[in-house]
Design a protein around this ligand. Structure first.
Ligand SMILES: O=C(O)CCC(=O)C(=O)O
Ligand SMILES: [Fe+2]
Length: 204
């Protein structure tokens, strides 16, 4: 029987075969609008180099990061603690759009600026204790198209896709428990990319 009442959710196809839910919504904006957001984000966000402690050694990443939220949340990952800045005008606007499209709410956003394809992010899952367990993560991408990959922690199954300019992806359910994800580096990409991951931080 044809389901005349199928919701947006029914039309979304889960990219993961099991143990989590990842939906790719594709581009939310046309090129001029997406270009505008990219410019505004590059210009208005307080970008700084990220610090991480790897095997007890402090390293400074080439990739730049920023962290915003509705309160000055403290967030610890990779051995360093950061405090969120209050939302900018653009981030409030984008948060509302992501909330509407994904049907979830978020109270903070981690932003990454990859200057070119040689900057990426290694395999990880976003399951720090400060984050709401199995909370949805809404991910907006602007700028250079990049490959994004998932790997199942036990079976090592892989799934990958291309994140387009002005596109939205959501990771939810058990995704962070069972799957790793990464942004592989590539020599082919010469242009910058900005990624925003909207998240829910649990208050202490
Ligand atoms: O740049 C991306 O698309 C992913 C970033 C990411 O995984 C993270 O910030 O945790
Ligand atoms: Fe992540």
């Amino acid at each position: 029987m044809i389901d005349l009442f199928n919701s947006i959710e029914d039309e979304q196809q889960n990219l993961l075969p099991k143990d989590g839910v990842v939906w790719y919504y594709g581009k939310l904006w046309n090129q001029p609008v997406a270009d505008h957001y990219l410019d505004r984000l590059l210009y208005t966000v307080e970008w700084r180099n990220d610090e991480a402690v790897i095997y007890g050694k402090k390293i400074i990443t080439k990739r730049k990061v920023a962290w915003y939220g509705e309160k000055p949340f403290e967030y610890t990952y990779s051995g360093t603690t950061k405090r969120a800045q209050y939302w900018t005008k653009e981030l409030i606007e984008l948060k509302k759009i992501v909330e509407q499209r994904t049907g979830e709410t978020y109270n903070s956003c981690l932003l990454n600026l990859y200057h070119d394809g040689e900057e990426g992010m290694a395999w990880h899952s976003d399951a720090e204790t400060d984050l709401k367990k199995d909370g949805a993560i809404g991910s907006l991408s602007f700028g250079a198209e990049r490959k994004f990959a998932f790997k199942h922690k036990q079976t090592k199954e892989k799934v990958d896709l291309i994140l387009e300019h002005g596109s939205l992806l959501v990771m939810k359910g058990m995704t962070q428990t069972f799957w790793l994800h990464r942004l592989p580096p590539t020599k082919r990409v010469k242009r910058p990319r900005v990624n925003l991951t909207f998240r829910t931080i649990m208050e202490k």
